[in-house]
Ligand binder design. Structure first.
Ligand code: MLT
Length: 245
């Protein structure tokens, strides 16, 4: 197995498709998706375009759907939800499909949707994603940070490092044999530096600061927890993720 880390969707190669691609948007899209599926959401369907989301979700009855729209960290007017994982309670979500469009996370998932296996990961479900990768042993694994509008995001690359670190720790191969690019070592170094204070890292991150300005302190705390959800968001058809049990 060869691991590759890409800091943003824009940095992924355009002429290749990996066997397994993992999208990471710690703050907050993939944390929200993992939470929705962990508490019994039927599926998560991602859109980059808000109008398309509205049109497709119209075919679902209001009792069977939730529409989540986020731009710039804030809820889009007219949507049921923004992008806070804390709003995704079992009472609200159980049995419903989440139709979601966010600034970067949903675009990252769309960018990698042609991979044979597509997963969504955050710190909250890191262990479950790693377990799946170790079981299936895909030949190539891309871990793709969502970044912010094309720029590097500290928290996504730190989570990519957490995933890569755990995979390398549990396989007894030399890191040089498993790392497909330099970013793997950079991401692991970042995670190693901050693993005991991820909330502190989020306070340095530009999107962490943006969310703090929007009073999302509790979201940051929630997203900083590692391995708390046993959930594997896996693509069932392009753009649709379910929890593989
Ligand atoms: C995104 O997709 O850029 C984020 O998830 C934004 C957010 O924190 O809502």
């Amino acid at each position: 197995m060869k691991l590759f880390v890409y800091h943003t969707p824009e940095l992924t190669p355009i002429d290749l498709v990996p066997e397994c691609a993992i999208a990471v948007d710690v703050l907050r899209a993939t944390t929200t998706m993992a939470t929705v599926l962990a508490v019994g959401g039927e599926a998560v369907q991602v859109f980059s375009d808000l109008e398309q989301l509205m049109a497709v979700s119209e075919k679902y009855s209001p009792q069977k759907r939730l529409r989540a729209g986020e731009r710039g960290g804030s809820k889009v007017p007219g949507f049921d939800l923004g992008n806070s994982p804390l709003d995704c309670t079992p009472e609200l979500v159980k049995g419903r499909r989440l139709f979601i469009s966010t600034t970067n996370g949903t675009r990252a998932l769309q960018r990698i949707q042609d991979a044979k296996v597509v997963l969504a990961a955050a710190f909250v479900n890191r262990a479950t994603v790693v377990r799946y990768v170790l079981e299936k042993q895909p030949e190539t694994v891309w871990i793709v940070g969502s970044g912010w509008e094309g720029s590097f995001s500290l928290e996504d690359t730190a989570c990519a490092g957490a995933i890569a670190h755990s995979i390398l720790q549990q396989t007894n191969l030399p890191p040089d044999e498993q790392a497909g690019n330099d970013e793997v070592f950079g991401a692991i170094a970042l995670y190693s530096q901050w693993q005991d204070n991820l909330l502190g890292l989020f306070h340095h991150a530009s999107h962490g600061k943006r969310l703090l300005r929007l009073n999302c302190h509790e979201d940051l705390k929630y997203c900083s927890q590692t391995d708390i959800l046993d959930v594997l968001p896996i693509q069932q058809e392009p753009g649709v993720l379910i929890n593989q049990k």
